[in-house]
Write a protein that binds this ligand. Structure first.
Ligand SMILES: [Zn+2]
Ligand SMILES: [Zn+2]
Length: 403
């Protein structure tokens, strides 16, 4: 499909996507509770002629739909997340959130509307669509364990050759996009470490095993894992966010609990850090005659874009956007994304789409009540997905210049 054809189809969906987005924005739902949102999406898909699969996951709020194209080709999955956040919206937009304390502050309303618009455009141009397209409307991106694993468990990626998705970026203008190969977003793990000492009188410390003193040494030692045990060329964060112990100044605490978040950008390093934490916990506590309990929790994995697919994605965007509007992401970011799970199964690329109003400088941050998504961006997302799917094989063949 050429640029003109793609934009004609995308523009046909402009009013539809904006109306859908505003409806979803007005009616946000929290992770694993997206029942009305899921029903809205399923109903729209049925109107377009799809037979969506609904009720995926324990919450029953995941949805997939499939389009069989009119000519042979690969199977490509496109994903939008559909959940909102526990944030109070501060704007006075006429379609502002009607639900106190809940808001689409991460732009998932926009992601969903773009994918609905794409599904609708493709349904009208089915004869021109190669292969098979799988639409993933995924619940609960914002809450570990996330909804991606539910969709995968339901077989949503069976037979899929490549997977793509977009996240809004308020740093980019409407009409701009960016893509990058390799690790793009951090893994997000964490742990709770409890020192098990022996309490007693503060005036007789030698008869006790002081959990505060041992906990304090652990704070220092655990932070030093990054500076002494991890290569300076590999990004990693260990932050001890809480330290709770003790009841009174003259009582030696028998227990201290530290909690931490751990971020990495390398899957191998991600697997190694729990071993380092365990070694420090064992060593420091045993030196002082204490015991410990370590509860290490894994959240989302590192999001790793396939290098070839990042190139395909970038070229798909370049084919439909203005010259100079497609950027290569120079740096990964530390927030996590459960799109990472799809990329562990099949190659693909997660990119960014600009939603900032050109000419503005004050842009509310994502996850804040002031977040704004300019829905003039929605046709750009539709055009990108059309470009990607209809020209996938040709874009893929154009190797040499990678992302
Ligand atoms: Zn978010
Ligand atoms: Zn998000």
């Amino acid at each position: 499909m050429d640029r003109e054809q793609i934009w004609r189809l995308a523009e046909e969906q402009r009013a539809y996507t904006i109306a859908a987005r505003r409806h979803i924005h007005r009616n946000p739902e929290l992770s694993f509770q997206e029942h009305e949102t899921a029903a809205f999406i399923a109903e729209r898909l049925r109107e377009m002629g799809y037979e969506p699969r609904t009720g995926i996951g324990a919450s029953g709020t995941g949805i997939t739909a499939e389009l069989a194209g009119g000519r042979p080709g690969p199977t490509i999955a496109l994903r939008a997340d559909i959940d909102a956040l526990p944030v109070e919206e501060t704007s006075d937009l006429e379609y502002r959130s009607a639900r106190p304390g809940v808001m689409h502050a991460c732009g998932h309303d926009g992601h969903t509307a773009m994918l609905l618009g794409t599904a609708r455009a493709m349904a009208t141009a089915r004869a021109l669509i190669p292969g098979r397209v799988v639409f993933l409307f995924q619940h609960a991106e914002e809450m570990v364990p996330g909804g991606a694993l539910d969709l995968i468990a339901a077989g949503a990626l069976d037979g899929v050759d490549a997977v793509f998705g977009l996240h809004q970026s308020a740093q980019l203008d409407v009409g701009q996009m960016s893509f990058g190969p390799g690790p793009r977003q951090a893994s997000t793990d964490g742990f709770s470490l409890t020192v098990l000492g022996r309490g007693g009188h503060g005036a007789m410390p030698d008869t006790t095993v002081d959990a505060v003193q041992i906990g304090a040494q652990l704070v220092t030692a655990l932070h030093q894992i990054v500076s002494r045990r991890v290569s300076p060329l590999e990004p990693a964060v260990i932050t001890i966010g809480t330290f709770h112990a003790g009841t009174k100044e003259n009582i030696v605490a028998h227990e201290a609990t530290l909690t931490a978040t751990v971020r990495t950008l390398d899957p191998a390093l991600r697997d190694r850090i729990p071993l380092e934490v365990e070694a420090v916990a064992r060593g420091v506590t045993s030196a002082w005659g204490a015991d410990y309990k370590l509860d290490y929790r894994r959240g989302y994995p590192v999001l790793v874009n396939d290098a070839e697919m990042a190139g395909v994605a970038r070229r798909a965007a370049e084919a439909v956007l203005e010259l100079g509007a497609v950027f290569t992401q120079s740096r990964p970011i530390m927030p996590a994304e459960d799109f990472a799970y799809y990329l562990q199964q099949v190659p693909g690329c997660f990119g960014s789409i600009g939603v900032g109003t050109p000419g503005t400088t004050q842009r509310g941050a994502g996850h804040s009540g002031a977040f704004l998504l300019d829905d003039a961006a929605l046709p750009t997302g539709v055009a990108y997905y059309l470009s990607l799917v209809t020209n996938f094989e040709a874009l893929r063949a154009r190797t040499g210049d990678s992302a």
